[in-house]
Design a protein around this ligand. Structure first.
Ligand SMILES: [Ca+2]
Ligand SMILES: [Ca+2]
Ligand SMILES: [Ca+2]
Ligand SMILES: [Ca+2]
Length: 333
């Protein structure tokens, strides 16, 4: 993974807290546990109010040529529409609305897409390398990372807040990492944007340093690169273990042992670990060569092209020895 120049920062918080409000102790601690549906109504009103009365520094972003190198170092800031800024365009005219169901509540969140990014796509289960700022609606900053951070959107032990997990994959990585004139590595044409999420897709009732409970959150960011995760190191990417394809890896547990597949190294619980029930393959494609044709039970995991144009493709074959349509790693018989 690329390392960017590091500057020592005060780490105010990491994305380690997720809905820890499961035990009676926690519920007692947060005595005023609110109804998610009612809180969402309140939060959405607050988000719409914020987006209607604030703008971002679009004067500093070259929207006529979003992919320009000049935009690579753009840092988003927000301001209130008033005084000398009274004629600014409000964010509400620039964001896109998204909906999602979470804990049985229909949530709305908002995405501001300045630049999608020219590199690869990743999923809600991969690691994103980015810079970002986290703010509450009063524009107080609770987290600021001005050098590249590697954030697994969900890992073996922790998860980012759901809104972050859903919003980030709308942006792609940089198309290239180049050495800038200052000797630092620079990301060329990476995703730039912001997400505005209700507390129900954030920390909800659990207060965090500089984040009161029930706070809608703003994250603005510049995406550099991403690493596809295989959390349980079983040869399948975490994104391949969302078997029902509902963009949630926590609800797929083939052997019912309480450990979701993406964290389970023996997915069918037959005593043979998954990595020994699938076959890994590597293809090297030289410039001008034709692409390999993958088998119907073969999935591409990664694809990397070096400076000479040589592409290395890694795949996994989901073998089905007895031909019953169930791949070996999920077949207990
Ligand atoms: Ca799922
Ligand atoms: Ca399991
Ligand atoms: Ca697994
Ligand atoms: Ca197995």
């Amino acid at each position: 993974m690329m390392k960017f120049a590091k500057i020592t920062l005060i780490a105010m918080m990491a994305f380690v807290a997720v809905f820890s409000c499961k035990s009676d102790d926690d519920i007692a601690r947060f005595a005023e546990l609110r109804d998610r549906g009612e809180q969402q109504v309140e939060d959405d009103a607050a988000l719409v109010e914020f987006l209607s009365t604030h703008f971002y520094n679009y004067d500093e972003f070259d929207a006529t040529n979003p992919e320009s190198a000049a935009n690579d170092t753009f840092t988003m800031t927000f301001g209130k529409i008033e005084g000398v800024n009274a004629d600014k365009t409000p964010l509400i005219d620039q964001v896109e609305v998204r909906t999602t169901t979470y804990f049985d509540v229909e949530y709305k969140y908002y995405v501001l897409k300045l630049r999608e990014g020219g590199g690869k796509t990743y999923t809600s289960f991969d690691q994103v390398n980015l810079t970002y700022r986290g703010q509450t609606l009063d524009l107080g900053t609770f987290d600021l990372r001005i050098t590249e951070q590697s954030i697994p959107l969900i890992s073996a032990t922790q998860s980012t807040v759901r809104g972050f997990q859903l919003g980030l994959p709308e942006f792609k990585t940089a198309e290239d990492i180049i050495e800038g004139s200052n000797g630092f590595l620079q990301a060329r044409n990476g995703g730039i944007g912001a997400i505005f999420i209700p507390s129900g897709l954030g920390y909800f009732s659990v207060p965090q340093p500089n984040i009161p409970e029930y706070s809608p959150l703003i994250f603005s960011f510049n995406v550099f690169s991403a690493d596809f995760l295989d959390t349980d190191v079983d040869g399948l990417l975490s994104s391949m273990e969302d078997l029902d394809g509902d963009n949630d890896v926590l609800n797929d547990d083939s052997d019912g042992d309480g450990i979701p597949n993406f964290r389970d190294s023996d997915d069918d619980g037959d005593g043979t670990i998954t990595v020994n029930e699938v076959v890994q393959k590597t293809y090297v494609v030289n410039p001008g060569d034709t692409e390999p044709v993958l088998a119907s039970n073969e999935l591409e995991k990664t694809r990397d092209t070096d400076d000479d144009g040589v592409t290395t493709i890694r795949t996994v074959v989901l073998t089905d020895t007895d031909g019953d349509g169930i791949p070996d790693y999920l077949d207990v018989n």
